[in-house]
Design a protein around this ligand. Structure first.
Ligand code: GUN
Ligand code: ZN
Length: 447
């Protein structure tokens, strides 16, 4: 279907809701419409107007459901899908006990292909149309996720995770040279192919030697339109460990900066325990930060200063960090972001939460205008949310006085049951029932 009209409640943003009053920054239509042409949003407006202007275009009417940009997960680890919700450890023990043994299994391309397909299908079922994922040290793990993304028409950012230090198990180590060369070959194979974006991915300073960071900094300088993703200041013990491993560095961020790994297209996961210099420097260079609230609570990392970061205009996006994060749902992630901000004395508005999970995350990944936005010219990667998806949510939403009160119960209590439909590049993904072998759909086609 080349041209297609969707009707429902629509939610778009005219401004950053952290820089403008959060409600005024949003554009809501109770009976809105989105005209999709060749996979992109061609027009937005009122349903009656667009139907009149395009009388021959097929229509899908989503009724009272909310149509907005598909969710964007700014930082996750698809190889950890199989170990999500593993009990009882903090970061370093968690990596050694659960993460590294599972990542070693990705030497097998068949395992990588299975887990990549599973992860992207889980993401789509939860309304996530784009994710930025770490892979493993195996180049085949990168091929697997980009191939799975291509098969689904999804925009995915990913890269080979690089680790050459003896802090990582031997079976998961590369070298400075092989990390550079393998990453370069993967950039040549995937970056810019269809919707793939390559992210140069040193895991974090503790598992790389300075030589490896230097080699990856040189690679990024040669491919400046790639992203660079890594981890920064997630746990207090980790910050102390980095201080011991890099005695010359001014701070944790400096271990990256000194090797050419700080720039606007850098995306730092976590960034909880920062010094004032690190905060100022991140802001100055316009680097992105991925806030991973379910992970930060689950692994016991700390309380990210979301209100402080977002108000400075820094690129901040929400991320699941699965399998450190405990949910594939960006709704659950928004709820955790809300709860953590409350613990720091700030109530994040539902408009701001949705923005962080869509446009904010897209900005963090330098994809603004392309994804994460219900705006003319953007890709038609969309989610349709049922705001009454369970009896508990429905009875609360029924009392709502406005759209924000109607939406907030779904943010706080919703999960994949709230995802009525997902569109990737304008194409409807199979519905929940269809995935279970039942061809029924609650979507009404009213051509
Ligand atoms: N720091 C380095 N590697 C990881 C990882 O896989 N998950 C999390 N949460 N933190 C990390
Ligand atoms: Zn991570």
């Amino acid at each position: 279907m080349k041209t297609h009209l969707l009707i429902g409640r629509t939610l778009a943003f005219a401004e950053d809701p952290f820089r403008a009053p959060p409600e005024a920054a949003a554009r809501i239509s109770e009976r809105g419409a989105v005209l999709i042409r060749e996979g992109r949003i061609a027009e937005l407006g009122e349903a009656d107007d667009l139907r009149r202007a395009h009388p021959d275009v097929p229509v899908t009417d989503h009724g009272a459901a909310l149509i907005t940009a598909g969710f964007v997960d700014a930082h996750m680890h698809y190889p950890q899908t199989g170990i999500v919700a593993s009990w009882g450890k903090r970061l370093i023990d968690w990596l050694n006990t659960y993460t590294f043994p599972e990542e070693a299994r990705f030497a097998d391309p068949a395992h990588a292909a299975r887990q990549a397909a599973l992860t992207l299908d889980l993401a789509l079922a939860h309304g996530t149309t784009t994710l930025a994922s770490f892979c493993t040290i195996h180049p085949g793990s990168v091929d697997a996720i980009f191939a799975a993304a291509h098969a689904r028409g999804m925009a995915v950012m990913a890269g080979k995770t690089c680790m050459d230090r003896d802090t990582a198990p031997e079976s998961l180590r590369d070298t400075a040279q092989s990390a550079h060369d393998d990453s370069a070959a993967l950039i040549a194979r995937w970056h810019g192919r269809d919707r793939a974006v390559y992210a140069i991915s040193p895991r974090f300073s503790p598992t790389s030697t300075p030589d490896q960071l230097e080699a990856l900094g040189a690679l990024w300088a040669a491919h400046p339109d790639c992203l660079m993703q890594t981890h920064l200041s997630e746990q207090v013990d980790e910050v102390a460990w980095v201080r011991g491993l890099y005695p010359q560095a001014r701070d944790y961020l400096d271990t990256y900066e000194a090797h050419g790994l700080l720039g606007a297209r850098a995306v730092f996961g976590h960034a909880i325990h920062l010094t004032p210099r690190e905060e100022a420097r991140l802001s100055e260079v316009g680097a992105g930060v991925a806030h991973c609230p379910t992970s930060n609570a689950f692994i016991g990392s700390g309380l990210f200063d979301l209100a402080g970061f977002a108000q400075t205009g820094m690129r901040v996006g929400l991320a699941t960090d699965t399998g450190g994060g405990s949910s594939f749902s960006m709704l659950r992630t928004m709820a955790a972001a809300y709860e953590i901000a409350q613990l720091r004395g700030h109530a994040i508005h539902p408009s701001q939460l949705i923005w962080l999970a869509t446009e904010g995350a897209a900005r963090t990944l330098h994809q603004e205008g392309e994804i994460g936005s219900l705006s003319v010219g953007a890709m038609a990667d969309l989610v349709v949310l049922d705001l009454a998806s369970t009896p508990a949510i429905a009875q609360r939403a029924e009392r709502a006085g406005d759209i924000w009160e109607a939406l907030f119960p779904t943010i706080m209590m919703g999960d994949d049951r709230a995802v009525a439909q997902v569109y990737v590049a304008g194409r409807a993904r199979p519905g929940r029932g269809e995935r279970n072998g039942d061809q029924q759909s609650d979507e009404r086609i009213v051509t």
